[in-house]
Design a protein around this ligand. Structure first.
Ligand code: UD1
Ligand code: CA
Length: 460
């Protein structure tokens, strides 16, 4: 069975009170339309047809070639919107799924069940529509499903057109349909114009019923068909998506101490036996290994963290931490920061575009930028790489086992040799040879003694 999907995303979204189209408002790091697309994309081979109108440049530039676009120049209702998509529906399509892009919680599973229902009835020569329904005590905002005494569907009546009896109906239209393609082609152009001057897609249901065509329904979980019309709905929908993602991680072995205060985007990967403390935001292409402790209160974006790491009250962006390293409280890894194995980075530190070799200790308020720091280097409190002269960024290289005294200014470009030491408060403007001790302003070399540990001997 060949299926084409149509997603309606042309509306104004007036109640969002926004400069941006409703479907571009983000939930868990992705625009609403992205979530809606993912549900349908998994079920069709060809890219879905997205009907765009208001704010279409943003929608198009976000989805790019994930979709085929149909432009709705005048917003004359959902029926009119689907009509614009019709020329793009594959000639040999058997069925057309239509859904609305303001339903970010629709799952693949529910859509798949609707398709299965359609397939089950597909051999019937009269089948016209398979659609989801939903039951809700407060039906406000939905079209009502009107049934005949034999239980068959007679119509969907829009709220504004309901009689008082119809208003009380609690079986509602979420707006997810699977149409028989040929029947849709024949009938879509004949939807009558409503009192409001719109062409309601939902009128196809009464048209099918009056032709004696079959309409089959499937009740969807209420949560799946949550429609976002304003920013209160947006926050509620996001909370549900957030919980779904957290549950997936928890079931895979991640401890989330306080799900209510934890925000993890669905792109993030986390190993088992890692604990996420309250107040964490884990975003983008972040990958976290096993047995880590993350948080409390940390933001981690596009960062790779190996096993057995610890992050406390810190912000990490496009960085990397190797096994056993730790950071925080109150530190910052910026783009290109890479902490080697077992690095200890304490409070009020910042690292950017730098590699800190295995075992480096950087305990207190330091800035390391554009640097390569060897293994087991001690970076004293207040050390700063002066990497920027106002025009150029320059590099600092520190050899293995060097000891950088507190408050050292390393004026780049500069090289500190292995086992070298700097005295407290030094301003290092020239390279320091291996094993040398330098101090002063500007720093001068005062002595050189071989500090290589004897072969086989223990360090310290
Ligand atoms: C629609 C249904 C209603 C259903 C409800 C569920 C119709 C006539 N009514 O009403 O039965 O209970 O959804 O939420 O379909 N859109 C366009 N072009 C248009 C108008 C709308 O692309 O000219 C798009 C919107 O961007 C939106 C979707 O269609 O994604 C639904 O439009 P909306 O105006 O929100 O419909 P409702 O009044 O909620
Ligand atoms: Ca709506």
């Amino acid at each position: 069975m060949k299926i084409t999907a149509v997603l309606l995303a042309a509306g104004y979204g007036t109640r969002m009170k926004s400069e941006y189209p409703k479907v571009m408002h983000p939930l868990m790091g992705r625009p609403m339309v992205d979530w809606a697309m993912r549900a349908v994309e998994s079920l069709v081979d060809a890219p879905p047809i997205v009907v765009v109108g208001h704010g279409q440049e943003l929608v198009r530039s976000y989805l790019r070639d994930r979709a085929v676009y149909a432009e709705q120049q005048e917003l004359l209702g959902t029926g009119h919107a689907v009509l614009q998509a019709l020329p793009s529906v594959a000639q040999d399509a058997d069925a057309v799924i239509v859904t609305y892009a303001d339903m970010p919680l629709l799952t693949q599973a529910t859509l798949r069940r609707l398709l299965d229902l359609y397939r089950t009835h597909a051999s019937s020569p009269t089948l016209a529509i398979a659609m989801l329904t939903v039951k809700r005590e407060n039906p406000q905002g939905f079209g009502r499903i009107v049934r005949r005494s034999d239980g068959s569907v007679a119509a969907i009546v829009e709220e504004t057109d309901c009689t008082p009896e119809q208003l009380a109906i609690q079986e509602l239209n979420p707006g997810v349909y699977c149409f028989h393609a040929a029947w849709l082609r024949q009938n879509l152009p004949y939807i009558p114009r409503s009192a409001k001057g719109e062409y309601y897609l939902t009128d196809l249901v009464s048209m099918a019923a009056s032709q004696g065509r079959q309409i089959v329904t499937l009740e969807a979980p209420l949560e799946d068909v949550y429609g976002v019309n304003n920013r209160v709905h947006l926050a509620e929908a996001e909370a549900i998506l957030r919980r779904r993602i957290l549950e997936r991680h928890m079931l895979e072995g991640v401890t989330v101490v306080d799900p209510l205060s934890t925000y993890i985007e669905d792109t993030v990967q986390i190993g088992a036996d890692t604990t996420i403390w309250p107040g964490c935001l884990l975003q983008g292409a972040t990958v976290i290994g096993r047995h880590c402790t993350i948080g409390p209160y940390s933001q981690i974006i596009d960062t790779q963290i190996a096993d057995h790491c610890r992050v406390v009250y810190s912000v990490l962006e496009q960085a990397r931490m190797d096994q056993g390293s730790e950071i925080g409280p109150f530190s910052h890894l910026r783009k290109g920061a890479h902490l080697g194995e077992n690095v200890h980075m304490g409070n009020f530190g910042e690292v950017k575009d730098s590699y800190l070799g295995p075992g480096v200790k950087m305990g207190h308020f330091s800035y390391i930028g554009n640097a390569e720091v060897g293994a087991n280097v001690n970076i004293g409190a207040g050390t700063i790489t002066c990497n920027y002269d106002g025009v150029h960024k320059s590099k600092t290289i520190i050899g293995d086992h060097a000891f950088i005294g507190s408050d050292t200014m390393l004026v780049a470009p500069v090289v500190v040799g292995e086992f070298a030491r700097t005295g407290a408060g030094s301003v290092v403007t020239r390279d320091i040879p291996a094993h040398a001790t330098a101090y002063g302003v500007p720093a001068r070399v005062h002595k050189v003694e071989d500090r290589t540990p004897p072969q086989g001997g223990a360090e310290e």
